[in-house]
Design a protein around this ligand. Sequence first.
Ligand SMILES: CC(C)(COP(=O)(O)OP(=O)(O)OC[C@H]1O[C@@H](n2cnc3c(N)ncnc32)[C@H](O)[C@@H]1OP(=O)(O)O)[C@@H](O)C(=O)NCCC(=O)NCCS
Length: 175
Amino acid sequence: MSTSIEPVSPPPTAADLAGLGALLRDAVEGGASVGFMLPLPDAEVTVYWTSVYAEVGSGSRILLAAREAGRIVGSVQLALAGKPNALHRAEVQKLLVQRTHRGRGLGTALLQAAEAAARAGQRSLLVLDTSATGNALGLYSRCGYTRAGVIPRYARDPDGPFIDTVIYYKELARP
Ligand SMILES: CC(C)(COP(=O)(O)OP(=O)(O)OC[C@H]1O[C@@H](n2cnc3c(N)ncnc32)[C@H](O)[C@@H]1OP(=O)(O)O)[C@@H](O)C(=O)NCCC(=O)NCCS
């Protein structure tokens, strides 16, 4: 089945809010350290995605969704730095692919779409952090991200233990 990757803007449809919520829950319940702890209340998920849409609406964030037959199966975000001295920079956040759809290149395609969106918005430096024990390290290395370093005990995994975090960056070729 073919998958499309497109930007998402407010207002959210009920189906998209539910789809994004299920995607986030699937990642967290799968052990991904993406900002949330277990148990994860539905209200926390809704508040999170509502705030993401608000930032998309204000122009400080880009949200891309991967869909299969209209249903969201992956997403990625770019948080656009707003300081006057950092308008060339964005942070890649919450690269998520539903567990049933992993290992088929969708994460790579989402990251590449985020890079294209960054280029289109004149953002030439991407930064990100990810768990040192997570499953995204290979993808970021393969996609040309440079490992800047590791911060010990930066966050917790959803079950509680502290985890180290790897910081990556990538300078995009200027047009
Ligand atoms: C990280 C994550 C987004 C990757 O998504 P994905 O769709 O599985 O990514 P890809 O399929 O592009 O790549 C994953 C692996 O599948 C392999 N792969 C890529 N295309 C493939 C294909 N067509 N067929 C089979 N395997 C493939 C890749 O070699 C890659 O292996 P690597 O990690 O050793 O490089 C996903 O695992 C996830 O949502 N994790 C939880 C959240 C998270 O940790 N996000 C990142 C931090 S914010």
